[in-house]
Design a binder for this molecule. Sequence first.
Ligand SMILES: Cc1cc2nc3c(=O)[nH]c(=O)nc-3n(C[C@H](O)[C@H](O)[C@H](O)COP(=O)(O)OP(=O)(O)OC[C@H]3O[C@@H](n4cnc5c(N)ncnc54)[C@H](O)[C@@H]3O)c2cc1C
Length: 308
Amino acid sequence: MPQQSAPERLEKIIRRDAPLAGFTTWGVGGTAKTLLSPADRGELSISLGWLRSRGLDYYVVGGGSNSLVFDGEIDVPIISTRLMDTVTFSREGGSITLTCGAGALLKDVFALSVREGWSGLEFTAGIPGSVGGAIMGNAGTREGEISSAVRRIEMADRTGSLFTLDRGGIGWGYRRCSLAEDGIAVISSVVMELRESTPEAVAKSVRVTLERRKSQPLSARTAGCVFKNPEGDSAGRLLEEAGCKDLSVGGARVSEIHANFIENYADCTAMDIARLAKLCRDKVYEKFGVALSFEIKFVGWRGDFMEV
Ligand SMILES: Cc1cc2nc3c(=O)[nH]c(=O)nc-3n(C[C@H](O)[C@H](O)[C@H](O)COP(=O)(O)OP(=O)(O)OC[C@H]3O[C@@H](n4cnc5c(N)ncnc54)[C@H](O)[C@@H]3O)c2cc1C
C-alpha cells in the first residue's frame, strides 16, 4: 500500500466539533472544536507538529476517568490517545517486558497479567482509564502505585520529537508524576516489567484490593476520588464528617457509599459537578480548616474554576 503523506494522515487524525461526553466516565462535557486522534507515535508526532506550526496549545485525554470536561465549546485542541492501544510483551528468564500504547486500557493490561500469571499490577484491580493517564497521576491503591512497574516511557515533546526516559529520570509521589508538572510531554507508550508467577497466586493478591472496592460506587458514573487524601488523613472521612454525603447539585450528588465520589445520577452537567465539588471543599475547610486539593483534572474551563 502506498505511504500516506502527512497532510493525508492529518485529515484522518483531525475531527472538528467533536462531542466529548463519550470520552469521560462521568459522561459530561461539551464539544471540542478540534479533536486529534493519532493511532500511533508517528501520527502523534505529526499531530504535535501541526499544533506547533499553528502556535496552538493542547490537552490530552486518555480514558477520561479522572477528568472533568467543561460543558460548552472547548477551544483548546484535544488529543485523544484512544487509538494508541497496542499491547505487546516478551519473556526473558522470570521477567516479562510489557509494552503498552498510552491509550491501552489499564483494566485490559491488568486482566492480561492476571490471566497469564504475571505479578506486579495486582494493586491496579478496578482502576479504569488508560495506561498514559495512570502514569501521569501515578495511579494506585494502598497496595501499590503504577510507578513501581515502570521501566521506561516513550513520549513526544511539544515539537513532536520522540524521546525516552527511564523510570529513574522521572519524579514520583502520591498521585504525582513529574512529567505532568513539566507539561512538556505526551506519552506514546510505556514499558513495564512484571514477574512470572501463577494465575492462582496473582488472583489471590488481587482479592485484597477488590475487597476494598466494595466500599466504592462502582456501578455509578463517577471519576473516582475527587480529592487527594491530605497527608496522614482520608479525604473521604473528612468529607463524610463535614456532612457532604447529603449534598447534591442539579443531577450530581455525593455518593452514599463513599463521600469522595461524586455521581452523575440524573444527566448532570459538568457545572453541577464543579459546584458540588466546590461546596464539599468549602464544608471541609469550614469544619476542619483543611483545604483539600483536587485529584481530578479540569479540561477546557475558563478562568479560575473556584469562581464558578
Ligand atoms: C470507579 C473509579 C475508581 C477509581 N479508582 C482509582 C484508584 O483506586 N486509584 C487511582 O489512582 N485512581 C482511581 N481512579 C481515577 C482514574 O481512573 C485514574 O486516575 C486513571 O489512572 C486516570 O486515567 P485516564 O486515562 O482515565 O486519565 P484521564 O482522565 O484521561 O487524564 C488524566 C490526566 O492525565 C493526562 N494524560 C492522560 N493520558 C496522557 C498521555 N498519554 N500523555 C500525557 N498526559 C496524559 C491528562 O491530560 C490528564 O491531565 C478511579 C476512577 C473511577 C471512575
